[in-house]
Design a protein around this ligand. Structure first.
Ligand code: APR
Length: 316
């Protein structure tokens, strides 16, 4: 069986850590690309990961490059190129800079891997997905944003910690845009199938919801020089694995909605089935009025960014 090929664009904190995690999981061979300005950096990191194989016990080939030819015929391409935020910045402050970067990257990626599935990580996530969809011309099933898996993982960490149980027994669901307006749906959060409302106090749940929504900022404030990358890269691996192994996991991802959840022509996080064809189904949760309003508010925040990109002709 031919090996799968995964390309990671951007060999910074998220990209390099992702390359390492993918290599260790042996999901396919990995190519890591960065800009010519840093020629040598992606090659060096990739070689270092490649040389860990004998110790760790994987045969994954890992190649670093500054040339898009090397990414040819990838099955999955993960876009992590772009600036991370600094303390005091919101993800939205990165909008125009990263839109330009994601546009340029997407043009090159689709030239060499026209049948790939794109996973976007660059922020502000939902708006960057819109850029990648538009520029690639790919069907919407093949452009997916990583946000919900990360936000749900953060929430699961906090719930497991508060309840003093294994993270393995915690299920969470965070919908909406990847920003302050994200919607942790506590009604769908459970510990071994038991709704968290039956186990944790309301004040505990409220605190967890708040900490989840501010989870990215909490890390930025601590790091001071950049944003989170361990949990984000782990979250991408879960998505890549479900796609390449056709596991059909149900994971919250940013997807292009056309009427689902009453949202039109916007990327917003909702649960989807991920398999070899990309997004194979959008799962429609039965939301109550309060949750619907919160999701709509989150979609409105995404829309504002998309409108700016339209005015700046990036998305027109
Ligand atoms: N093509 C390829 N790589 C690029 C390009 C480009 N046009 N422009 C920038 N890069 C590279 C940078 O050279 C750098 O190595 O993207 C990398 C980004 O790495 P970091 O600065 O370490 O940022 P990181 O923490 O990895 O975050 C990347 O993901 O989570 C989001 O908000 C985060 O938008 C940010 C992105």
């Amino acid at each position: 069986m031919a090996r799968k090929k995964i390309s990671v664009i951007g060999a910074g904190n998220v990209g390099a850590t992702l390359a390492q995690r993918l290599a260790e999981k042996a999901l396919g061979d990995v190519v890591v690309l960065d800009i010519p300005l840093v020629d040598g950096m992606p090659q060096g990191k990739a070689l270092d990961i490649f040389e860990s194989g004998p110790v760790y016990g994987y045969d994954t080939r890992v190649k670093g490059t500054v040339k898009y030819e090397d990414t040819s015929n990838s099955d999955v391409v993960v876009i992590t190129a772009g600036l991370p935020r600094k303390p005091g910045m919101s993800r939205d402050d990165l909008l125009l800079t990263n839109a330009g970067i994601v546009k340029g990257v997407t043009e090159q990626v689709v030239k060499f891997s026209p049948n790939s599935i794109l996973i976007v990580v660059s922020n502000p996530l939902d708006a960057m997905c819109a850029v990648a969809l538009k520029i690639s011309g790919f069907p919407k099933q093949r452009v997916i944003g990583m946000a919900g898996v990360l936000d749900s993982a953060r929430m699961a960490t906090f719930i497991a910690d508060a309840a003093q149980v294994s993270v393995e027994d915690v299920q969470t669901m965070v919908l909406g845009g990847h920003g302050d307006t994200m919607v942790p749906v506590t009604r769908y959060c459970a510990i071994a199938g038991v709704p968290i409302g039956e186990i944790l106090k309301k004040e505990q749940i409220d605190a967890i919801v708040k900490r989840t929504a501010e989870g990215g900022a909490e890390i930025v404030k601590l790091l001071k020089t950049g944003s989170a990358f361990y949990a984000p890269s782990a979250s991408v691996v879960a998505m890549v694995e479900s796609i390449l192994k056709d596991k059909k996991r149900i994971l919250p991802c940013a997807v292009y909605l056309q009427g689902e959840y009453g949202i039109q022509d916007l990327f917003v996080g909702v649960p989807v089935k991920l398999g070899e064809r990309g997004i194979e189904q959008i799962i429609q949760l039965n939301l109550n009025v309060e949750e619907r309003i919160a999701l709509q508010k989150s979609a409105d925040a995404v829309k504002e960014l998309v409108e700016i990109l339209k005015r700046q002709q990036v998305l027109s």
